[in-house]
Write a protein that binds this ligand. Structure first.
Ligand code: SF4
Ligand code: SF4
Length: 63
């Protein structure tokens, strides 16, 4: 599971990188719609939101 944590500074960089448009603004910071996220499988070698985030606000969990 890929999640955006509270370190997110709402820079917007990950939004255009998501191939399935799973990232939207939440109540306080950007959030990943888990029903849409495919963890970039079939698109990239690693989650692109994780790769582009400048402040390490994207976590890859084992769930
Ligand atoms: S892991 Fe990939 S599919 Fe999931 S939110 Fe990030 S960029 Fe989008
Ligand atoms: S790239 Fe990182 S800091 Fe920027 S909006 Fe996405 S999760 Fe937040």
């Amino acid at each position: 599971m890929i999640v955006i944590n509270d370190d997110c500074i709402n820079c917007d960089m990950c939004v255009p990188e998501c191939p399935v448009e799973a990232i939207d603004m939440g109540s306080e910071h950007f959030e990943i719609n888990q029903s849409l996220c495919v963890e970039c499988e079939g698109y990239y070698d690693q989650p692109s939101c994780y790769a582009v985030c400048p402040v390490d606000a994207v976590d890859i969990t084992s769930d």
